[in-house]
Ligand binder design. Structure first.
Ligand code: MG
Length: 366
């Protein structure tokens, strides 16, 4: 039995944000993306989202819109009797080349196919990816900005049961950030794991000394302490680091997976940057085989993409590292959708087929 896509539509989403989002790499005053809806010959639908992020993504929303125009006409049929991952790879095969430069569009199309196949088979996307329904929850990490209310925000997260806090650094002078982090460690009585993220802000010459200075904080790791080229030169460091956006560079990806980076402890997986759930899962499994943690995070994207990332996190083998998929401020730019995977401090199996979400674009497909 096959599922043949007979119609598709990509519809733009997004809005300006009341409060801008900030990292060391860029500031965003709006979030925009698209939702792709696919319909098959049995009347079933699936949806996916592409919300590329300026400063991180190489493509724009309009590039994704162009890549996904009438995309159903170029998909091969999906073999519903085959393993879902192999069936979706085969369905995408005719599009491999044209989607190579638009990873967020590939993510949207893959998600829509997985949603559709999951609904046809009565399985969650996590089950389609892993081959069995997951049962165990995945812990969430929570984001804390280093401002006046940092301790208050951190306490609220810990009170909710979140035990891994992540702080963006590289935004202010290093000494000020270090003092604020030390104060946060002092002020919070409850134990918590600390992750930092410099988004490549520090030059290689200064990065090693800064990593030395961070050692008293005992962070789990710091993401992207310097540029992709710098990470290859960093050598052994006082605190572990993690590769995130630089994984889009094939050279850095190979460098990390071949364990040529002695202090690299983890890879951070953003399906919108890595070209979808299948590529991200493959990278997570290869990282695990190399002794590295695999952490799934969002790209400040909308509800369909966040739900898809949660399904990916659920599909990974235990033990799973805390995932950076807590509800985020960028969701305010998208239609409000309850995410069945997010439950307090953990990601839980949705108990629903496919993505487990209502269709964001439920109108008939022309
Ligand atoms: Mg990061």
């Amino acid at each position: 039995m096959t599922a043949r896509a007979i119609a598709s539509r990509a519809r733009l989403l997004g809005a300006p944000l009341d409060r801008a989002l900030t990292s060391a790499r860029a500031t965003w005053s709006e979030r925009r993306g698209l939702v792709l809806t696919l319909a098959d010959d049995a009347g079933c639908r699936g949806q996916g989202e592409a919300s590329p992020l300026s400063g991180f993504s190489r493509e724009t929303v309009n590039d994704c819109l162009a890549a996904l125009d009438s995309v159903h006409e170029r998909l091969a049929p999906v073999d519903l009797s085959a393993a879902p991952v192999a069936a979706i790879e085969a369905a995408l095969f005719p599009l491999e080349r044209e989607l190579a430069g638009v990873p967020a569009a590939r993510f949207a199309l893959e998600t829509a196919l997985l949603d559709l196949v999951g609904r046809r088979l009565g399985r969650s996307i996590a089950a389609c990816l892993a081959g069995h329904e997951p049962h165990e929850p995945v812990p969430l990490s929570g984001l804390v900005a280093l401002g006046e209310d940092a301790a208050e925000r951190a306490r609220a997260l810990v009170a909710r049961g979140v035990r891994t806090l992540k702080v963006k650094v590289g935004l202010r002078p290093f000494d000020a950030e270090l003092a604020a982090l030390l104060a946060l460690r002092r002020e919070l009585r409850e134990p918590f794991a600390l992750r930092l993220d410099a988004n490549g802000a520090w030059p290689l010459e200064g990065a090693r000394a800064r990593l030395d200075a961070l050692a008293p904080l005992a962070p789990e790791w710091i993401e992207e302490p310097t540029s992709a080229e710098g990470l290859c030169e960093l050598g052994a460091t006082a605190v572990p680091w993690a590769a995130d956006e630089s994984l889009a560079e094939p050279t850095l990806r190979a460098f990390v997976l071949e364990r040529r980076a002695p202090s690299c402890a983890a890879v951070v997986l953003k399906p919108a940057l890595l070209g979808g759930l299948l590529h991200a899962r493959d990278l997570a499994l290869r990282a695990r085989a190399a002794g590295l943690e695999g952490v799934v995070t969002h790209l400040f994207d909308g509800p369909v993409a966040v739900a898809a990332c949660a399904e990916l996190a659920l599909s990974l083998p235990a033990p799973r590292a805390a995932a950076g998929l807590d509800a985020h401020a960028g969701l305010a730019a998208y239609p409000t959708v309850a995410l069945p995977q997010l439950a307090g401090a953990v990601i839980v199996p949705s108990g629903r087929a496919g993505l487990g979400l209502p269709l964001l674009d439920p109108e008939p497909l022309g």
